[in-house]
Every structure is written in C-alpha cells, then in structure tokens.
Design a protein around this ligand. Structure first.
Ligand code: NAP
Length: 309
C-alpha cells in the first residue's frame, strides 16, 4: 500500500514525487514510457528558473528524476488500464500489476492534437510530423510548413530554420497566439514566412508528402502549396494544441469537454484523495514551471489529507 501513487513522470509528477518523498511518504511513480513527458521533445529549456543555458529537456528531467529517487520515490514501469478511485483505497490496475494507494496524483500530461484531415494519417512519418526536434533534420534544404500559431508552432518554426530552406507558418488568423518574445524571434528570422487566415484542408502526395491543399478562411478560395523546387517532397509540422491523457479516467473524475481534469487551487479533483497536476488539468499556462508548482501543491495537500485521515 502506497501513501501516494503518482501517475505520470513528467515535470509535475516528478515534482510531486520529490515533495511527497521529502514528507517521508511511501511514494510510487508509474510511467508507461520513459520519465519526462513532452519536455523531452524540447531541445533547449529557456524559461524554467535556474536552468543551465543550452540544457535540453532531457537533461533537466534527468536531474528531476534523480532528485525524486534521492527522496525515496519508487519508479514503476507499467501501463494503467483501469482505475478505482472512489474508495479510501485507490486501486490502479496495470498491464503488469495492480497497485493500491491512499492517495493518487494524476500527472499524465497531454499529447499533440491531430487535425483529422484527409491524408494526415497516411503521411505521418512520410512528411507530416508533430515534433521538430525529432524530425527536423530529415528536411535539410527542403520547404517546410508549420501549422498553428501558438507557442509550440512558433518555437518549432524557429528551430526548423536550422535545417529547412524556408519555413512557412500557416495560421488560421492574422495574428499569432504565441508570446511576444517568440513572435519577435520568428518575425526577425528571414527564413520564416507567414500564410495568414489560412487552414489546411488536405495533404497530398504519392508515397511522400508533396503538397497541402489550403483554404483562405475569408474568401473560401482553395489552392495547393508545394515545394519551390517543383515535385520535391515537403515537411509539415502540426502544432494545433494538445489533448489530455485522460482516456482511462473519464467517468471516474470530472473533466471538461476536451478531457482536461477540473481541480481546485490545491489540485484536488472532485474525488476525495485524488489530485491532478500539470498539463492534464484545466489551466491557462502550461509550462514546466507551472507543472512543477502543481506537483508540489498536490503532494503537500495529499500529505495533509493523510495526516487528517
Ligand atoms: P495552443 O497554445 O493551444 O495553440 C494552438 C494553435 O493552433 C493556435 O494558434 C490555434 O489557433 C491553432 N489551431 C488550433 N486548432 C486548429 C485547427 N483546427 N486548424 C488550424 N489551426 C488550429 O497550443 P500549443 O502551442 O501546442 O501550446 C500548448 C501549451 O503549451 C500552451 O499552454 C503553451 O503556452 C505551452 N507551450 C509553451 C512553450 C514555451 O513556453 N516555450 C512551448 C510550447 C508550448 P488560434 O490561435 O486561432 O486559436
């Protein structure tokens, strides 16, 4: 029986493990892949206080993980397929084992949202990607298109200019959602162009992706954009927001219409003894710093809950 079981080992889960471990609780962290979550895809973390200049998401996470281990957290590799959260003893059923705990902190994070357009699934891995740091190098001196106008799209567009001949950001409005500092970087970069008020409607090619059918949202006019080098394959990086990893939890816990978990300011969900922290919960700012803060608050409240029980 654990005092605290943490589901997910991204920044929020690892911060919760550090705080719960430091409170002398018996802590388990369950992860179905490797610790880290989405920050592993970040080549350089610039906005987490105290990060070492040029440090990657992976390096930062390794230090988080070590701290959690130093405070006694046990790491478990399993895929949770079913949960029973309502009683005093919470049960998490995994593919390998069953786990029991007095409290649970859900820190399962989120994943990239797809557009669900014709050709999208077909060209994933053949021109379409959701991760610039993973796949950018495949498009050396090629024309690359980024879909979206948020922080992820603009940060990754700037990153992609290292490899691409040109990066065109296709955005559905005429202004970006990304923070000003990222916008300035993108506007100053000569390799980046913008296609405003435009959405993709289909992805085209034979074997490899060579074109995107796009629509002007104001006029409804459609056209196909292709490589400036006729017939050459192109890269498309899609960054249109995230979806929460809560599929196994829906029906057990209150979530919004997209599946993000509702919490109060102490990270409590509607189920007693169950918390949510990080990108998986309803919140406005999804960053490493807010994820770690959520994890700390959830662990602190879980330890108070255990004392009062
Ligand atoms: P986001 O902030 O939700 O932005 C999604 C972008 O995609 C928006 O520009 C949106 O357009 C566009 N979009 C959504 N649905 C679309 C559709 N069907 N067709 C075309 N465009 C569509 O998502 P994100 O950029 O992935 O960021 C997610 C969270 O992570 C945010 O909280 C962000 O701040 C954080 N993040 C932070 C950093 C950093 O701090 N360096 C880096 C990456 C992500 P509209 O603008 O018109 O809505």
């Amino acid at each position: 029986m654990y005092d605290v079981l943490i589901l997910g080992a991204g920044p929020s889960g690892l911060a919760a493990a550090i705080y719960a471990g430091r409170a002398n609780l018996k802590v388990g962290v369950i992860e179905n892949m490797m610790p880290g979550g989405q920050v592993l895809l970040t080549e350089s973390v610039e906005n987490y206080p105290g990060t070492v200049k040029g440090e990657s998401g992976m390096e930062l996470i390794m230090r988080f993980e070590q701290s959690a281990k130093d405070f006694g957290a046990e790491f478990i590799h399993d895929d949770i397929v079913e949960v029973e959260l309502a009683g005093d003893v919470k049960v998490l059923k995994g593919a390998n084992n069953e786990y029991r705990s007095k409290t649970v902190i859900i820190a399962t994070g989120s994943k990239r949202r797809k557009l669900d357009l014709p050709g999208e699934s077909e060209f994933i891995g053949r021109g379409i990607s959701f991760c610039a740091t993973c796949d950018g190098a495949f498009f050396k001196n090629k024309d690359v298109f980024v879909i979206g106008g948020g922080d992820a799209a603009i940060e990754e567009a700037v990153y992609l200019t290292r490899y691409a001949k040109k990066v065109t950001v296709i955005h559905r409005r005429d202004e970006l959602r990304a923070v000003k500092s990222l916008q300035i970087k993108a506007f100053e970069n000569e390799k980046i162009d913008f296609m405003w008020n435009t959405v993709p409607v289909a992805f085209i090619g034979e074997g490899l992706l060579t074109g995107i059918r796009v629509k002007d949202v104001n006029t409804g006019e459609e056209k196909v954009v292709e490589s400036s080098n006729a017939g050459e394959n192109i890269g498309v990086f899609i960054f249109v927001g995230n979806l929460p990893n809560t599929e196994k939890l829906v029906g057990h816990i209150d979530v919004d219409k997209s599946g993000f978990i509702f919490t109060d300011k102490e990270m409590r969900t509607n189920v007693s003894g169950v918390y949510a922290a990080g990108d998986v919960r309803v919140k406005t700012l999804r960053q490493v710093v807010t994820a770690t803060a959520d994890g700390a608050i959830a662990a602190y409240d879980a330890s108070k809950y255990l004392e009062e029980k």
